[in-house]
Design a binder for this molecule. Structure first.
Ligand code: HEC
Ligand code: HEC
Length: 157
């Protein structure tokens, strides 16, 4: 019986080690801050709801507040290097609260803290400055929970 103790302690030691490792992994994922910029090409899963994975506690690197994809008028072509703008009023009126650059693949994402309660109206501005406005406020930043599912993909010229 006496000889079993060292193994018990060894077991406990590894248990604590694994616990610490998984906690620090969790912390690490949480702290990753990521925002797309024009020219970036490190994103993936175009058209999918990014927050299926990039949500609090999810396995995606960075937990996004806002993320999605923009297409050309054929709803297939990438629409790279534009901007997502978030206004406090419809049609570009009110205050411009946030600007998120769209990457080279037509995807956009940010881990920045965003307050959806005040009511935000999204718009997309393409590379040549052409603007398209969403007429209503967004309940959250999961653009692809509606776009490509219950309504068209986000698109611009
Ligand atoms: C099926 C799960 C899943 C979906 C859906 C998903 N991601 Fe990810 N994403 C991951 C995982 C896991 C990683 C970390 C490992 C890797 O780079 O593949 C990651 C990493 C990333 C990175 C960092 C890559 C790097 O090299 O640093 C970016 C940027 C990213 N995702 C953007 C997006 C965007 C934008 C969307 C939606 C259009 C999206 N992801 C959808 C799972 C996902
Ligand atoms: C709750 C569902 C829903 C969510 C979430 C949502 N949208 Fe929309 N969006 C719509 C609908 C429906 C329309 C068309 C009617 C309108 O403009 O309100 C639309 C229209 C648009 C348009 C104008 C038409 C177009 O395709 O160019 C843009 C731009 C847009 N949305 C961007 C976004 C962005 C960016 C996000 C994420 C930050 C987002 N939307 C999240 C439902 C949604």
């Amino acid at each position: 019986m006496k000889y079993n103790y060292p193994y018990l302690y060894l077991g406990l030691f590894f248990f604590v080690l694994i616990l610490l490792h998984s906690c620090s992994h969790y912390e690490m994922q949480k702290k990753v801050s990521k925002t797309s910029t024009n020219g970036d090409d490190e994103s993936h899963h175009k058209g999918e709801n990014c927050m299926n994975c990039h949500k609090t506690g999810g396995k995606g690197e960075g937990w996004f507040q806002i993320a999605g994809s923009v297409y050309g008028s054929d709803l297939i072509r990438n629409n790279p290097n534009g901007k997502i703008l978030l206004f406090t009023q419809p049609n570009g009126k009110g205050e411009l609260k946030h600007t998120i650059e769209v990457d080279a693949l037509g995807n956009f994402y940010t881990t920045k803290e965003i307050d959806f309660n005040s009511g935000l109206y999204p718009a997309h501005q393409n590379q040549s400055g052409n603007l398209k406005f969403m007429e209503t406020t967004i309940p959250n930043g999961e653009c692809q929970s509606c776009h490509g599912v219950s309504t068209d993909r986000i698109w611009n010229e």
